[in-house]
Design a protein around this ligand. Structure first.
Ligand SMILES: NC(=O)C1=CN([C@@H]2O[C@H](COP(=O)(O)OP(=O)(O)OC[C@H]3O[C@@H](n4cnc5c(N)ncnc54)[C@H](O)[C@@H]3O)[C@@H](O)[C@H]2O)C=CC1
Ligand SMILES: O=C(O)[C@H]1O[C@H](OP(=O)(O)OP(=O)(O)OC[C@H]2O[C@@H](n3ccc(=O)[nH]c3=O)[C@H](O)[C@@H]2O)[C@H](O)[C@@H](O)[C@@H]1O
Length: 469
């Protein structure tokens, strides 16, 4: 099989954009075109002042170095498919909202329409790479669609190459991945296609970190990795509830447990709950897969990870109400952070949305500050979370500010929902002066120095710490 010289990536989102921008940077001999149906997203990727559609540390530098050289962003999907030797399908795979499997199964509509587009317009053979996270055996459906619709002189080899980057550290994760996973059919053609993709990554990833496996193992490994990561967080969050009830300290417990080299220290940070577009969706996907395979005990096991996460969010918002003398009606609650984690402007499944919704249902006034999230995104998320509340009513109850200090002014309580570093460094004495008394801080991210805040006068509650106030 000849070496790949032209790559197309369908889907210019959080994964397609950074992943293929890095491929372009590291492989100057390959032309990479990232395409999307969404014109405004492509315009943002092409913007002269590099106001890119996603915030990701280091991304702008990568795009500056490669864009116009061998990296292009376009809405000419057909043209880009036609010229490419290898096509990444990197479209969204959200949880289905209706029909069979609603609330659990992945909605494969976008994957299917991208696949059908490839089949329709391709005039030469292609390697088609599943980059999106998909249920096990999706590659089989893609193959059937491609073979049934393509012209006779086109051959399609399908690979699975799931992405493991985390938002906020995407560029570093892509530069130095723990591993690159490539799944293929174990036929001579499948292995040749896999080798062609290995050659691309080998431009910067050590070969021993590029793992070649079977197609179905690759698809399942991605769901498994996310499920096991989320499981760690739900485990530590379950323990945080025990800590609060017993006087133990979750930091100390996680540290002690993580010291065991078999367990390891990472991803044991108690929080107000995990968010992000993937953990919940991928676990629900695994639950659905298990149920479809008539494995109800396995399905129940994984479902519990999501149930625990919902419990943690509810538990936290209840603590706020309980501590504020069992009512927050008419009180102002300042929510610091709206993104699902620090260093991203992404709010998908952010725990902050659930917290704000809970506070609004308790008839509180809520101020929100996040250094990266667009105000329009916050309104859209809250409108979706409270579909029965018209936007003008929402706007009477919610106030979005452009600084942490403004956000906290006249509040009864500050709730830390995202671990932005700047929240640790704000002038807490000034915050205290501007608040109603008693002034409460609820730290859902183990971020602040509780003792220091207490010495200023705050009443501080930290997730997973037995000692309160
Ligand atoms: N966000 C993340 O950190 C990670 C996401 N993933 C997986 O990667 C996949 C993509 O996720 P994101 O990039 O976050 O989604 P996204 O929603 O940010 O981007 C997907 C893009 O695909 C475009 N699109 C959809 N159908 C199309 C079509 N037929 N033709 C052209 N463009 C089309 C959409 O307009 C959108 O811009 C998902 O399966 C996700 O589970 C995997 C690892 C990390
Ligand atoms: O498939 C995906 O989309 C990606 O999902 C996660 O990446 P991401 O969601 O971007 O971010 P994480 O750092 O994993 O954080 C997820 C959530 O868990 C929370 N978290 C993380 C770690 C921790 O110890 N505690 C904790 O509460 C974060 O605050 C955040 O809300 C995985 O880490 C990636 O490997 C994977 O590629």
């Amino acid at each position: 099989m000849p070496a790949v010289t032209k790559v197309c990536c369908i889907g210019a989102g959080y994964v397609g954009g950074p992943t293929c921008a890095v491929i372009a940077l590291k492989c100057p001999h390959i032309k990479v075109t990232i395409v999307d149906l969404n014109q405004s997203r492509i315009d943002a990727w092409n913007s002269a002042d590099y106001k890119l559609p996603i915030y990701e540390p280091g991304l702008e530098d990568v795009v500056r170095r490669a864009r116009g050289r061998n990296l292009f962003f376009s809405t000419d999907i057909d043209g880009s498919i036609q010229e490419a030797d290898l096509i990444f399908v990197s479209v969204n795979t959200p949880t289905k909202k209706s029909g069979v499997g609603a609330g659990f199964a992945a909605d494969l509509n976008y994957v299917e329409s991208a696949t059908r587009r490839i089949a329709k317009v391709a005039t030469s053979s292609k390697i088609v790479v599943e980059k999106s996270t998909v249920p096990c055996r999706t590659a089989e459906s893609m193959r059937i669609i491609l073979e049934a619709n393509s012209s006779p002189n086109c051959r399609f080899d399908i690979l699975s190459n799931p992405e493991f980057l985390a938002e906020g550290t995407a560029i570093n994760d892509l530069f130095k991945p723990d591993r690159v996973l490539i799944g293929s059919l174990q036929t001579p053609e499948g292995i040749a296609a896999s080798n062609a993709l290995v050659e691309i990554y080998a431009n910067w990833v050590p070969k021993e970190r590029i793992l070649s496996v079977g197609l179905w193992s690759s698809e399942l490994s991605k769901l498994a990795a996310n499920a096991m990561l989320a499981q760690r967080i739900s485990s530590v969050n379950a323990l945080s509830a025990i800590c609060e009830a017993t006087g133990a300290n979750i930091d100390e417990v996680a540290h002690a447990v993580g010291y065991d080299s078999r367990i390891g220290p990472n991803f044991l940070r108690a929080s107000v709950g995990f968010g992000g577009s993937c953990f919940q969706k991928d676990i629900l996907n695994l639950v659905y897969l298990s149920e479809s395979l008539h494995l109800p005990e396995v399905a129940e096991y994984w479902k519990q990870v999501v149930i625990m996460n919902e419990y943690q969010k509810r538990r936290f918002s209840k603590t706020v109400v309980d501590m504020l003398f069992n009512t927050i009606t008419g009180k102002r609650i300042a929510v610091l952070g709206f993104a699902f984690k620090a260093d991203t402007g992404d709010t998908r499944e952010s725990p902050a949305i659930t917290l704000v919704r809970d506070f609004l249902l308790e008839k509180a006034h809520v101020s929100i500050y996040d250094p990266q999230v667009e105000h329009a995104q916050i309104w859209s998320d809250l409108s979706e979370a409270l579909p029965l509340v018209p936007l003008p009513n929402l706007q009477k109850q919610v106030h979005i500010t452009s600084s942490a200090l403004d956000c906290c002014k006249d509040a009864e309580a500050v709730v830390i929902a995202t671990e932005w570093r700047e929240f640790r460094e704000i002038d807490w004495e000034a915050v205290y002066r501007g608040m109603n008394k008693p002034a409460f801080v609820f730290d859902g991210r183990l971020l602040v120095d509780a003792q220091k805040l207490r010495s200023i006068g705050f009443k501080v509650t930290v997730i997973g710490r037995g000692e309160q106030l």
